[in-house]
Design a binder for this molecule. Structure first.
Ligand code: NAD
Ligand code: TDX
Length: 334
């Protein structure tokens, strides 16, 4: 079926990778991106895509009239737009409440009015964190227990979606994915920050002891999972997305240094993040069994090497963000 799809936040890291994914995988679909182009988004992330198949609208998801119009013109919405960085949320929480909660409310009211399909993108961080030796992983039935302003506003947005499904019959699904890596990720995030620190001749910076564990997934695998849910998912259901990629931060920094030909111990410890979640781990059995989805980019070293090559080759993309990002970190002692 030829679909007209609205992608919110499609000029950001995961959104733009998803747009490229469906552009390639579903050549008969028409894509409209709405993105406010905050510090985290750039229209250049969509360069090279044919304007006949992709329309770009600069706008805010909190803009009731604009969202009503765009949702009305499309068949389905995939909702990525969010304030996404924990450290920023600890410093300045309001934009997180506004975009993640109020913005999601606006999307829900529009899909409710126009009776359109919605897929809501969320995170594993809504479940809080796990002990390092906990044999359990996060699943669709784990209780919500968010730690930061970022994760609590994402949790709030998930709750709104669940309520709009139950009370108003909105045709929505939700996915909670683990930490993504790949091209076009802002240099404020862990992997791009360390890679670009090394490229600029400085040392990677580990928060606290570096024992914290994240469950890494390549953004291409996130995209294929979202497409599977959009096409085959059951309305009202939540799906965990993860690729068994648990690594502690110290291991990741050491691997980056090794791939980049540096001494594996050449990093520094900086101030820890307040409330820093210890460990995330995803049980993705449901999406594997019910939708037959499987990740493809499961060799972390290969994916990381490709990502490092991308940052090496695309200095013009990340350089303009770098000095400002590091100035913010310096203020925080991180
Ligand atoms: P990002 O910060 O790179 O991109 C967010 C995009 O949303 C940017 O292009 C920004 O301009 C846009 N945006 C922000 N506020 C907006 C507003 N009010 N109106 C319209 N557009 C707005 O984030 P990301 O890492 O690509 O994350 C995308 C989504 O995936 C988020 O919902 C995030 O919670 C979720 N997620 C991220 C990860 C991860 O590892 N990065 C993991 C799981 C889930
Ligand atoms: O310089 C750093 N040093 C460091 O040790 C930075 C920037 C981070 N860290 C640590 C903190 C975390 O334990 O690395 C880990 C990853 O940090 P982030 O990249 O900031 O990601 P995280 O806080 O885990 O959240 C990410 O995954 C879930 C995304 O930013 C969220 O949008 C997503 O929901």
């Amino acid at each position: 079926m030829r679909m007209k799809i609205l992608v919110t936040g499609g000029a950001g890291f995961i959104g733009s990778n998803f747009v490229r994914h469906i552009y390639r995988e579903r050549p008969d679909w028409h894509i409209t991106v709405i993105d406010a182009l905050t510090y985290a988004g750039s229209e250049h992330n969509l360069d090279g895509l044919d304007k006949e198949r992709l329309a770009f609208v600069k706008g805010n998801i909190c803009d009731e009239e604009l969202i009503d119009q765009l949702v009305g013109e499309n068949d389905a919405v995939v909702h990525f737009a969010a304030e996404s960085h924990n450290d920023n949320s600890l410093h300045t929480p309001w934009p997180f409440v506004e975009t993640n909660v109020v913005g999601t409310f606006r999307i829900l009211e529009a899909v409710r009015k126009h009776q359109k399909r919605l897929h809501h993108i969320s995170t594993d961080e809504v479940y809080g964190d796990l002990e390092l030796d906990d044999p359990n992983k996060f699943s669709e039935t784990t209780s919500y227990n968010p730690s930061s302003p970022y994760s609590s506003t994402k949790a709030g947005s998930d709750m709104l979606v669940r309520a709009w499904v139950r009370s108003f019959g909105v045709q929505a699904t939700i996915s909670n994915c683990s930490n993504n890596y790949g091209p076009y990720q802002h240099v404020e995030k862990f992997i791009p920050r360390q890679v670009t620190e090394v490229l600029e001749g400085r040392r990677p910076k580990l928060y606290g002891s570096g024992e914290n564990v994240r469950d890494w997934i390549h953004t291409e695998d996130h995209s294929s999972a979202v497409l599977a849910i959009l096409e085959k998912g059951t309305i009202g259901e939540t799906y965990m997305i993860g690729a068994n990629g648990e690594k502690n931060n110290k291991e990741v920094v050491e691997l980056i240094l090794e791939i980049m030909g540096k001494d594996k111990t050449d990093y520094e410890h900086v101030n820890d993040r307040p409330g820093h979640d210890l460990r995330y781990a995803i049980d993705a059995t449901k999406i594997r069994n019910e939708l037959g989805w499987l990740p493809k980019y499961t060799d972390f070293k290969t994916g990381l090497t490709d990502t490092i090559t991308w940052y090496r080759d695309n200095e013009a993309w990340w350089k303009p963000q770098k000095a400002e990002t590091e100035a913010k970190y310096k203020e925080l002692g991180r």
